[in-house]
Design a protein around this ligand. Structure first.
Ligand SMILES: CC(C)(COP(=O)(O)OP(=O)(O)OC[C@H]1O[C@@H](n2cnc3c(N)ncnc32)[C@H](O)[C@@H]1OP(=O)(O)O)[C@@H](O)C(=O)NCCC(=O)NCCS
Length: 184
């Protein structure tokens, strides 16, 4: 009996530790706005339209600590992935890939079937996640009309597209990915 109790307690402890240490994707709230703007500005990413797009932004947290963020603007079956940032101390450890996988999973859950992005720095990262470079003018009008496409991102930025379902499954999707997302 005491063995059973102690194993049950150990299981609960493991769950609690996992819940604390697993990164989780959570919708941003108005309280998060200053941090989001600061991080985007520090990383030279478009930010001026964020106050009106806050509902598209997700924070990636380990426990209470924000370790990354990313955004998905949705237009029915089309989506724009944007504002992907990992906090400098956490870079180069696979967290960016993991954050993007959580965002791709989230986009899929929201019913997005074509996801687009513009990047000046991270083509290789996104190629690994199944994005392909396309000509910017071939993106659908809904995406072309976004502020990021039409006003904020420079014309030299690379345009990339990922379709769902993807011919190649996402690599190394953690079994607990669904639990990365706790809302809305
Ligand atoms: C881009 C960014 C999110 C990557 O985060 P990260 O945690 O360092 O990425 P990871 O450790 O998961 O690396 C994933 C892969 O992408 C590659 N990669 C990471 N950053 C890259 C970059 N800026 N350019 C090209 N490749 C990059 C890594 O080499 C790694 O490749 P590997 O799997 O062969 O080792 C992070 O560097 C960042 O926040 N940069 C500033 C903001 C930015 O430029 N965002 C992209 C906007 S579109």
């Amino acid at each position: 009996m005491s063995v059973l109790c102690s194993s049950a307690i150990n299981g609960m402890l493991r769950m609690t530790t996992k819940q604390i240490t697993e990164p989780r994707l959570q919708p941003a709230t108005p309280n998060d706005l200053p941090l989001i703007l600061r991080w985007l500005q520090e990383n030279h990413l478009p930010s001026s339209d964020i106050p009106t797009r806050l509902n598209a932004i997700f924070l990636y947290r380990i426990g209470a600590e924000v370790v990354g963020l990313g955004g998905i603007e949705q237009f029915d079956a089309y989506g724009l992935l944007r504002s992907v940032v990992v906090a400098p101390p956490f870079r180069g450890k696979g967290l960016g890939k993991r954050l993007c996988r959580a965002l791709l999973h989230q986009a899929d859950q929201q019913g997005i079937r074509e996801l687009y992005l513009l990047t000046e720095t991270a083509e290789r990262l996104f190629e690994k996640l199944g994005f392909q470079t396309i000509e910017r003018r071939t993106a659908p009008p809904e995406i072309q009309k976004t502020t990021e496409f039409s006003q904020l991102c420079p014309a030299v930025a690379t345009c990339m597209k990922r379709v769902y379902p993807h011919e190649k499954p996402l690599p190394e999707i953690p079994e607990d990915l669904a639990s990365d997302f706790t809302g809305p």
